[in-house]
Each structure stands twice: as structure tokens, then as C-alpha cells.
Design a protein around this ligand. Structure first.
Ligand code: PLP
Length: 282
């Protein structure tokens, strides 16, 4: 695959901010984001929104960071370090979502500012453990998703946000339209969890055109952190000036490669892994 360019002076790389939750098992969340960013040659900045108590078999609890502290991490990074794109993941509560949306608005992060924003509306882990209070769905719909350059829900999150159960191309298109109506510049409906074909096909919609992106399905039980990896790689490509469809195509290829390199861990689901980049020529 063609990877992102490294800095031409060999010094300061492009910076990307992740605003998300930690995973003590090291598979998903901020750990997945920063691993992908580092291996794409991007400097990762981090605003921690929640700390999860998690291993390969599930999430047994989480601790929320005070909303003001989450928002202030965004503000100080944007003011000093300068970022080319941002990404949100697990935000846990209405108060954190609202504080993050306000900080993004103030600092030019989001589709109305100069800094592209990927909103991954994380609601639950692959084991079904909650990562977002049910009451916070409205805040996602009303304050954060409208700021998104692109919103990247999985099919469970699509159902929670739009009420539409995606089972095929027709319901996928309906869901992409319903997501786009919430106000992001682009909406994606990711087909990775639709088990009905040998391909994982994502639908992108910008209010006018549908784009379809397909990749061979990689069947592995070790796919923890796959959604985070796709959203993080998308943010890295946007920070390098890619248009959204090209950024998603790049991120999909990266995630497919990382799914092939996933490894078992503990008694549950292992993580997708970008570590292949350390040992393979590209
Ligand atoms: N834990 C954290 C902190 C996350 O952000 C996420 C997903 O975004 C998960 C767990 C769940 O990842 P998965 O759906 O791959 O289990």
C-alpha cells in the first residue's frame, strides 16, 4: 500500500489529536489510535475522556474524566502544538460530549473550522459492554455529529443513532441518508459486521453522491479495536490533506492490513495490529 509521506525535513511530523477512552488491555481506544498514528508517522496528541477497566474478555467498568479537564486538554493542544486533524472515540457522557463539542468549536476543529474532525460515535464494546450512557445519544446527535467532517459508526451504532437496522444495500443507503441528515459533511455506513458476503463494503454519502468502497472480508475473532483503527487512520490521512473518500479508502486498506496481522491475546478477542509495519517492507 502507498503510505502517508513522512516529514521532508525528517523532524516534526503531522500532529493528530485523539479525544477518547483508554483500554487497559491495550487493544482498542486510545491505545489503538496512538499505535496506528505512530506507525503512520504521525505524532499523536491525546485528550483522555474516560479510563476503562478492560481486558480481552470485556469491559468491567469505566471512570469518567471531568468534562472541563477533557475540554481543556483539547484547548491547550490546539493552542500550542497545532493539529492537522482530530478524532473522537469513547466520550461516555452527555457532559463530556457537550464540553468536547464546545472546545472543538472554539479551536477550529470540525467541518466549520480549518481542522477536519472524525467522529467515531463509540457506544458499546464488541462484547456488548456499554461505553456511553444511553441518555448521551441525543448529545452525540445534536452537538458533536453536526461538527463532523465524517462520522464513522458501526452497524450497532447506526441502529442506536437512526433506528435503522442495516441488513442490505437498500437499508444501508437509507441509514447513510438518516445519518447525513444529522449534519456531518460525510456519513459512512461500515459493512464490516454484515456477514452476508465475502467483501466488507462501506457506503459513504455526502448528501448528494454515494461512494462504495469494498475490501475482501478478513474473518478473524481478533478484531478488537478495528473501528478505532479505521477512524484513526482516516484522521491521519485527512491531516495530510486527503479528501474524505480518499482518506477512507486509505484507512480501509490500512485496517484490512492490520486485521490480517491481528494476534490472539488473553482468553477473548485479540487486537488488530499495525505492528506488521515494523517488520515488512512497504
Ligand atoms: N474500549 C474503548 C476505550 C474503545 O474506544 C472502544 C472502541 O472504540 C472499545 C473499547 C471497543 O472496541 P471493540 O468494539 O473493538 O471491542
Amino acid at each position: 500500500m502507498k503510505l502517508l509521506p513522512l516529514p521532508s525535513d525528517g523532524r516534526t511530523p503531522v500532529r493528530v489529536l485523539t479525544i477518547a477512552g483508554t483500554d487497559s488491555g491495550g487493544g482498542a481506544g486510545i491505545q489503538a489510535d496512538t499505535r496506528t498514528m505512530a506507525l503512520l508517522g504521525v505524532h499523536a496528541c491525546v485528550a483522555v475522556a474516560a479510563v476503562t477497566v478492560q481486558n480481552s474478555v470485556g469491559v468491567s467498568g469505566f471512570h469518567e474524566i471531568p468534562p472541563q479537564t477533557v475540554a481543556d486538554q483539547v484547548r491547550v493542544v490546539a493552542a500550542d502544538i497545532g493539529i492537522g486533524a482530530a478524532k473522537t472515540g469513547m466520550l461516555a457522557s452527555t457532559a463530556i460530549i457537550e464540553a468536547v463539542a464546545a472546545a472543538c468549536g472554539e479551536t477550529g476543529i470540525g467541518q466549520h473550522g480549518a481542522i477536519p474532525l472524525v467522529v467515531d460515535p463509540v457506544a458499546a464494546s464488541m462484547h456488548g459492554d456499554p461505553l456511553l450512557h444511553d441518555s448521551a445519544l441525543d448529545a452525540l446527535r445534536q452537538t458533536l455529529i453536526p461538527l463532523a467532517t465524517v462520522v464513522t459508526p458501526n452497524l450497532d451504532e447506526v441502529r442506536l443513532l437512526t433506528g435503522i437496522d442495516v441488513t442490505d444495500d437498500r437499508t444501508g443507503r437509507k441509514a447513510a441518508e438518516a445519518l447525513h441528515a444529522l449534519g456531518p459533511r460525510w456519513a459512512i455506513v461500515k459493512g464490516g459486521h454484515l456477514r452476508s458476503s465475502d467483501f466488507s463494503t462501506d457506503l459513504l454519502f455526502d448528501g448528494e453522491r454515494f461512494h462504495e468502497l469494498s475490501a475482501p472480508r478478513i474473518d478473524t475473532g481478533d478484531d478488537h479495536g478495528g473501528g478505532d483503527t479505521l477512524a484513526a487512520a482516516t484522521a491521519c490521512a485527512l491531516a495530510h490533506g486527503y479528501e474524505v473518500p480518499d482518506a477512507i479508502a486509505f484507512a480501509k486498506e490500512w485496517t484490512t492490513r492490520c486485521l490480517k496481522a491481528a494476534y490472539p491475546l488473553g482468553a477473548g478477542h485479540g487486537p488488530v495490529s499495525p505492528l506488521w509495519r515494523l517488520s515488512e517492507k512497504w
